[in-house]
Design a protein around this ligand. Structure first.
Ligand code: ATP
Length: 499
């Protein structure tokens, strides 16, 4: 992860927001290459989820809505995470990410309690042991024989009672200075206008903008169920502990679809269809299949209104976590807005002459998480001519720079002129690079490091021999082929856009 974060900063993919002022926790800025990559992810979503389907249309709704939207949707009352404070260090924790349990001596008597951050079991075990050692030393506790810790019996802090909390040490102070968990609403509030007395909210998801526009879109675009409305846009969550780089941030982008279907059992089929469609989308972006998995929610893990929810997970360097979710939400959302607004959101099916509140299937993905999964999937190292090479194996469709155009020598105007002309043509269609500085091998290496799939070199054969050919070098194999300069546009079109 450290290598990846280092590369992201060094090559201009991602910067810490407000770095000049020592940062701004949970916020990131996407640099020249990062903003291109992000924009390519979004445009792939637009072309595959919207343009390629005749049953999905797009929407771009406002970030701030009438606060009643968030009351009806349940976000004002319930969009919260449990939070605990350490009274001594003043640090804040997500209570469900702290795990506590006893340390026992050889006889099985409790020696003390420990409390560690959620992580891989082995890391948690190590941290728990370290903490136990420090507490035993600090508190001068007499221990008989070896101590044991059984991480599998640990519970998260939301299970702690008032009396438990008197014993559970804070991971910061190593003393029982944690407060009981309390709900912390994740919505950022703001005020609208000079005289407003009620708070407005920055949207924590793009989905509600879709639900409240259901009638507008249906009426204006004459869509018939089943159909979907997709939205790409910023969302804001005041996460208690933003972490793992852009995986959990306070400002991020979502791509969501609300796919409206009739009530009844048909949701199962549609849900399955969207699971497959979503997975194929991620594969097409270059997210590695062997690092993805499914997490099917059940029991407590399933929201009370949801019929089903399946996450696509990704094995990040910090552990396996949710990349996107595909939920069958029943008619919960439209019903909630019908009740809240007092206006009918029923659909009239002209064929069956039935009226009903549509149900929905919701594929929802975070652009920043997909960005990170693509970076992790693309990161590669090998050896070229005896030298270690770090490169990014981006699919041409998402690569920030599609091709680098290189005149073999920068002091030969006849080469530079031909290369410049080719660059001028290609840049009208794609983000391409023109690089004249340094030896050709160094220029290849620079292009490889930022994941440019093709290097096109104009050399003396281009200008002296018949056929005007250039070399096209492939990033992953380093293989080179010669191709007439007139065919380069068509070749790149097929490789990048598929036509
Ligand atoms: P988590 O359990 O990880 O907090 P969630 O289940 O609350 O996520 P959803 O509300 O289902 O997430 O949001 C849909 C998608 O939005 C997620 O799958 C994820 O890709 C993205 N997302 C949610 N919260 C964040 C965040 N804080 N930072 C970046 N992306 C996020």
């Amino acid at each position: 992860m450290e290598d990846l974060v280092g590369l992201c900063k060094r090559r201009g993919f991602v910067f810490q927001n407000s770095e000049l002022y020592n940062g701004n926790s949970g916020f990131y800025d996407f640099g020249p290459l990062g903003s291109e990559l992000k924009s390519n992810i979004k445009s792939q979503f637009r072309s595959q989820f919207i343009h390629a389907r005749s049953d999905v249309v797009s929407l771009d709704s406002s970030i701030i809505s009438n606060p009643k939207v968030w009351e009806s949707s349940g976000h004002v009352g319930g969009f919260s995470d449990p939070m605990s404070d350490c009274k001594e260090s003043k640090k804040r924790f997500r209570s469900d990410q702290l795990f506590w349990g006893p340390v026992k001596d050889e006889k099985g008597d409790i020696v003390c309690w420990v409390c560690v951050h959620e992580d891989d079991t082995e890391i948690m075990k190590k941290e728990a042991k370290k903490m136990a050692k420090k507490i035993i030393k600090n508190e001068k506790i007499n221990v008989e024989g070896r101590t044991t810790i059984d991480i599998s019996t640990f519970k998260d802090l939301t299970f702690a009672t008032e009396s438990d909390i008197q014993n559970i040490p804070s991971p910061e102070s190593l003393k029982p200075t944690l407060t009981m968990p309390k709900d912390f609403n994740l919505m950022f509030s703001t005020s609208v206008g000079a005289s407003s007395t009620t708070p407005a909210y920055l949207r924590p998801e793009t989905a509600q903008g879709i639900f409240v526009n259901f009638k507008n879109v249906m009426g204006s675009s004459r869509m018939k169920i089943p159909f979907g409305i997709a939205q790409i846009g910023k969302a804001f969550r005041n996460e208690i502990t933003p972490r793992n780089f852009v995986f959990r941030s306070r400002e991020f982008e979502q791509c969501e679809v609300e796919y409206f279907i009739p009530p009844g059992d048909c949701w199962k089929e549609y849900h399955k269809e969207w699971l497959d469609f979503s997975k194929n989308f991620l594969l097409s972006l270059g997210v590695r299949d062997d690092l993805m998995d499914w997490d099917v929610h059940s029991g407590d893990g399933l929201a009370h209104y949801a019929r089903a929810c399946t996450d696509v997970t990704f094995r990040f360097p910090f552990g396996e976590s949710e990349l996107m979710g595909i939920a069958a939400r029943g008619d919960y959302d439209l019903k909630a807005h019908e009740e809240g607004s007092g206006k009918s959101l029923e659909y009239y099916d002209e064929e069956t002459k039935e009226r009903y509140i549509p149900h929905v299937i919701e594929p929802s993905l975070g652009v920043d998480r997909v960005f990170l999964a693509i970076m992790c999937s693309a990161y590669a190292e090998d050896e070229v001519s005896g030298e270690k090479r770090t490169f990014l194996k981006f699919k041409p469709s998402v690569a920030p720079v599609k091709a680098s155009i290189l005149p073999l020598l920068k002091n030969k105007p006849e080469l530079v002129e031909v290369a410049q002309k080719l660059y001028d043509e290609l840049k009208m269609r794609w983000n391409v690079d023109f690089d004249t500085s340094g030896a050709i091998g160094r220029r290849y290496r620079r292009a490889d490091e930022i994941g440019t799939p093709f290097c096109i070199t104009v050399d003396f054969d281009t200008i002296e021999k018949e056929g005007k050919t250039v070399t096209v070098r492939f990033r992953d194999s380093c293989e080179q082929i010669r191709m007439p300069i007139d065919e380069v546009m068509g070749f790149l079109g097929k490789e990048i856009d598929g036509y």
